[in-house]
Design a protein around this ligand. Structure first.
Ligand SMILES: O=c1[nH]c(=O)n([C@H]2C[C@H](O)[C@@H](COP(=O)(O)O)O2)cc1CO
Length: 132
């Protein structure tokens, strides 16, 4: 199972540590293609934006499932979700805010979950990966 984890980078890194914990949790269910998203000291200067885009699109195409933490709003995360939908990938979005964008929660093809504690997300992962 190839997992594309999506989380904010230029949109803001306040949840980076949480992304790292989510990625660790996801590793028991498959290969996480985007482990760099949880790196606290992420350096993006070494490659161009075009290389970042093309590499991520290749990983998105190769993935079996997309898991997105959408609490911190990010253009890149929204773009990946939209492109993933076009590719008919199963997409699961998680947020701690009361609401997320209606373009996410209002889309029938996307499963959206509100959670408070990271323990809840672990239980949700266990349930959703059983269904895959
Ligand atoms: O350096 C990067 N590396 C990278 O993989 N991304 C991808 C993965 C993330 O899920 C998403 C974050 O988008 P943004 O940077 O707009 O918050 O875009 C985005 C950037 C920078 O935009």
């Amino acid at each position: 199972m190839k997992i594309y984890f999506s989380g904010s980078i230029r949109g803001g890194r306040e949840d980076a540590e949480l992304y790292a914990q989510i990625i660790e949790e996801l590793k028991q269910y498959g290969e996480v293609l985007t482990e760099h998203i949880g790196q606290m000291d992420l350096q993006e200067e070494e490659i161009t934006d075009e290389q970042i885009h093309n590499q991520d699109m290749a990983w998105l195409t190769a993935s079996d499932i997309i898991i997105a933490e959408v609490t911190v709003p990010s253009l890149g995360v929204g773009y990946e979700i939209g492109r993933g939908l076009e590719m008919k990938k199963p997409i699961y979005c998680f947020h701690r805010t009361e609401k997320t964008s209606a373009m996410i929660s209002g889309c029938k093809e996307i499963e959206t979950y509100k959670y408070d504690q990271k323990e809840e997300i672990k239980a949700l992962f266990s349930k959703l990966f059983q269904e895959q």
